[in-house]
Design a protein around this ligand. Structure first.
Ligand code: GAR
Length: 196
């Protein structure tokens, strides 16, 4: 069975990257990690290296976005990537980049889209008086935090929650959702997966 080569893009701790890579280490998985790439010196890079994964650092800072994305695109193609998972990746990709990888980029966003696109999702869910919060894995399009929903996981909001306690409750659900959705996506199943 030939496995789809998956690149994982990170900017931070890389906890979602680790769960995706651990799942792809299983022999029955339809995907394999082609590359872990970061746009800054992210702690997740060391985790990927410790797992024996190929890594690269492609800084975005101090150069035009087009140049950053050209370098990223080249690294992805050199690694033979076929699908890209954004996992705590905090740069907005240009419509041109997205068009080159159309239908082959997934993202995890820490809210129940289409609610709370963008940043500070936990604080905004609390401020809105939500009884539930959650995360979404979706296909990436030129519009920010938009695109087809491939899966969502839900957590309750508790009295006295802060953005930090809510984020802490949500992260383990992200780690359940993303690997489950990626497996289905690689098998051609894009029907939204609800984890309640
Ligand atoms: C996660 O909650 C992820 O959903 C969020 O960053 C956090 C850290 O991810 N991503 C975004 O906000 C993307 N806009 P990590 O622990 O996998 O690095």
């Amino acid at each position: 069975m030939s496995r789809t080569r998956v690149a994982i893009l990170i900017s931070g701790s890389g906890s979602n990257m680790v769960t995706l890579a651990k799942d792809m280490a299983s022999p029955d998985h339809p995907g394999e990690v082609a590359l872990v790439a970061a746009n800054k010196d992210a702690p997740g890079l060391a985790k990927a290296e410790a797992m024996g994964l190929k890594t690269t650092l492609i800084p975005h800072k101090g150069r035009p976005k087009a140049e950053f994305e050209a370098a990223l695109d080249e690294a992805l193609r050199y690694a033979g990537a076929e699908v890209i998972c954004l996992a705590g990746f905090m740069r907005v990709l240009s419509p041109e980049f997205v068009a080159r990888w159309e239908g082959r980029i997934l993202n995890i966003h820490p809210s129940l889209l289409p609610l709370f696109k963008g940043l500070d999702t936990h604080a905004r869910a609390l401020d809105s008086g939500m009884a539930v919060h959650g995360c979404t894995v979706h296909g990436v399009t030129a519009a920010l935090d938009d695109g087809p929903i491939y899966g969502q996981a839900v957590v309750p909001v508790h009295p006295g929650d802060t953005p930090d306690t809510l984020a802490e409750r949500l992260l383990p659900r992200e780690h359940e959702l993303y690997p489950a959705v990626l497996r289905r996506f690689l098998a051609g199943n894009t029907a939204p997966l609800p984890l309640l």
